[in-house]
Design a protein around this ligand. Structure first.
Ligand code: PPS
Ligand code: ADP
Length: 494
């Protein structure tokens, strides 16, 4: 939290805080603002929330460095633009600081993916025909034939009903939204689409809610938009039992399969076992897209399949962050250079972000303190993810000694492409014996402080996609193993 001189304290909430705030400002959550500790604790117990609670989940704002005496706080988006003003009625300290109190909108929000689809509830409610039931489908995934068939069955069961598709997407990414919107032409005319970000936890840093609680939250969000019925396409959140107390009627269809004889999707118990084909899970869909194979027509409608193929191109066309980690002298640069050359020859565009070069340009001036190493790796990760966004291969070869920072880079990379981690596990004795730059000798002599492996930590990865040891194989063998792994994974053509 910052205190601009003469102004009020400014706080940029984390992703969960921002998601709660979105729901408050859009009029979806009926509360005046963030809950006091007592209010939140009442809802923060396992099992269903108390009956008739106006909101099914705790809505909590944490501010790690909030001054205890802040009274008026400006809540800003990650770009620093004001979103709301919070009047603090309670500041509770339990490790971190929780701020409670009412919020008032400050300015129309600009931050947030799909902003034009983030509709205030009034806009949706006022446009709706009160005489007709309104079915809301809340989804965080593409709608394949199975889901679309169930939506049509639900609408048929309701008679003359309207349809609202609420797409759950993160604030900082489009999630599955483009693929969901691609089903527009397969749904009744007049179907409305809106984007929402369902928080997944009470506050930033708090444990994620179980699926049932998320389902109940989705039902409350649907009710706020005026829905009379809800159908959930959220992992594990469909059970109607858990939604018995929801403010809208939850529809649930059980298992449906594709009937190869009648060529349509129906309840599993109406289909002869020999004719039943199960829907593919998300992993099978992802793998088929990665291999560039079209999704079969019985599974996915053509416009949805086409959008998915655009969003997740075959791995041969998809951006990749190839990230080497290991001690100084382990062979990262040598192997990375060899691999980059072969990847280029295979026809892909390559950017090599070598440790030394990055240190001279992108990260010049940084030291080898933990904070500076982390910043260095984040900068590499940011640039690499941008390379991947445009379909290129970014080959990175820093030491990257900390697991948490590597995980951060993996997350950044996977938002725009794929991430492949190579651990160059050459033993330190070998690295030290090589001592190409004489740095180990200096480090042992105490002339270089915080030297990785000597006087500074290296956290060996437990999540490497490939481990190589350059003390046990030649440079050519190491390069060949990495290239083979990229071919096997589908990132290079065979
Ligand atoms: N204190 C200390 N610890 C480790 N390494 C040091 C240090 N001081 C300088 N060097 C040289 O800097 C190179 C490592 O830089 P990186 O950017 O890859 O490091 S990090 O990922 O930010 O930890 C590393 O290069 P490589 O040998 O290519 O790994 C070293 O030559
Ligand atoms: N199998 C091998 N793979 C890569 N490098 C090797 C191998 N065997 C010996 N080396 C030597 O080890 C050194 C590794 O240095 P470098 O690639 O700069 O490592 P890093 O980038 O991890 O500091 C180079 O001098 C290289 O010639």
């Amino acid at each position: 939290m910052t205190h601009p001189t003469g102004g009020r304290a400014v706080l940029t909430p984390g992703p969960q805080g921002l998601a709660h705030l979105e729901l408050l400002l859009a009029g979806v959550c009926p509360l005046p603002g963030f809950m006091t500790r007592e209010e939140a604790d009442r809802l923060d117990r396992p099992g269903p929330p108390p009956a008739r609670a106006p909101w099914p989940v705790p809505v909590v704002l944490t501010a790690p460095d909030a001054p205890a005496d802040a009274r008026e706080v400006v809540l800003a988006d990650p770009e620093g633009a004001p979103l709301a003003e919070l009047t603090v009625t309670e500041a509770h300290r339990d490790g971190t600081v929780r701020l409670a109190g009412p919020v008032r909108p400050a300015a129309a929000p600009v931050y947030g993916s799909l902003r034009s689809l983030r509709l205030p509830v009034e806009r949706v409610r006022s446009a709706r025909d009160e005489r007709r039931p309104l079915l809301a489908v809340v989804t965080d995934r593409p709608l394949h034939h199975r889901a679309l068939a169930q939506v049509r069955a639900a609408l048929a069961g309701l008679g003359e009903a309207d349809l609202l598709v609420l797409v759950d997407v993160p604030l900082d990414a489009e999630g599955a939204a483009p693929a969901v919107l691609a089903a527009r032409e397969l749904l009744p005319r007049g179907t409305r689409f809106a984007a929402v970000t369902l928080p997944t936890a009470a506050a930033d840093g708090a444990p994620a809610w179980p699926a049932e609680r998320r389902g109940l939250l989705a039902a409350h969000v649907a009710a706020a938009y005026g829905a009379t019925h809800v159908l959930l396409e959220l992992e594990g959140a469909g059970g109607a039992g858990a939604l018995a107390d929801a403010p809208v009627k939850a529809l649930s269809f059980g298992e449906w399969v594709y009937d190869t004889a009648r060529r349509r999707w129906c309840p599993a118990d109406e289909v002869a076992p020999g004719n039943a084909r199960a829907e593919w899970g998300a992993d099978a869909v992802a793998e088929a897209l990665a291999r560039g194979g079209p999704l079969p027509a019985w599974l996915t409608p053509e416009p949805v399949a086409a959008e998915l193929a655009r969003m997740r191109p075959a791995r041969t066309d998809r951006g990749l962050v190839l990230f080497f980690t290991g001690l100084s002298g382990s062979g990262k640069s040598t192997v990375a250079r060899g691999v980059a050359e072969q990847v280029r020859r295979a026809g892909r565009t390559v950017t090599l972000l070598d440790g030394d070069v990055v240190r001279r340009l992108l990260s010049s001036g940084l030291t080898f303190s933990r904070a500076d190493r982390d910043l260095n790796i984040r900068r590499i990760g940011y640039v690499a993810a941008e390379v991947a966004r445009h379909g290129g291969v970014a080959v990175c070869a820093p030491i990257a000694p900390y697991a948490a920072t590597r995980a951060e880079v993996r997350r950044m990379a996977e938002e725009t492409g794929d991430f492949f981690l190579v651990y160059v596990a050459t033993p330190i004795e070998v690295c030290e014996a090589r001592d190409r730059k004489g740095l180990y000798a200096k480090a042992r002599a105490g002339q270089i402080p915080e030297f990785t492996g000597v006087s500074d930590p290296y956290e060996a990865p437990g999540d490497a996609d490939l481990v190589i040891d350059t003390s046990a194989e030649s440079e050519a063998e190491s390069v060949a193993r990495v290239v083979a792994a990229l071919r096997d994974g589908g990132w290079l053509p065979r």
